[in-house]
Write a protein that binds this ligand. Structure first.
Ligand code: SF4
Length: 102
């Protein structure tokens, strides 16, 4: 009798662990789908262009045409990918706006 109970408890523990692992993998897959659907540039939250637009210092079209649709033609994006330094006041098209500052 003891062995039967032990066997049952062991099986249910293992299947619970397996279910939790499957649930974790499922949630992970859903997160990856959501990330793939979201086209926002990965640097959006720390990009100065976002700050300038949110603070009314720059036209909204810059984030709409580049950041929010993950436009890989953004010069800032390309420089980030090459790990090359670039000024905060450089627009996504490479133009420098001297008047832009924090
Ligand atoms: S300006 Fe360029 S690098 Fe910055 S968030 Fe927009 S697309 Fe990304």
């Amino acid at each position: 009798m003891f062995f039967i109970i032990f066997y049952y408890l062991n099986i249910s523990f293992l299947s619970r662990e397996k279910n939790e692992k499957n649930l974790y993998l499922g949630i992970n897959r859903i997160e990856n789908w959501v990330i793939q659907l979201d086209k926002t540039c990965k640097w959006y939250n720390c990009c100065p262009i976002k700050f300038f637009v949110e603070n009314g210092k720059l036209e909204k079209k810059w984030v709409e045409d580049y950041c929010l649709i993950g436009n890989k033609n953004c010069i800032r994006y390309k420089l980030e990918m090459k790990n090359e330094p670039h000024p905060d006041n450089m627009l996504p098209n490479g133009e420098i706006r001297e008047e832009l500052e924090y």
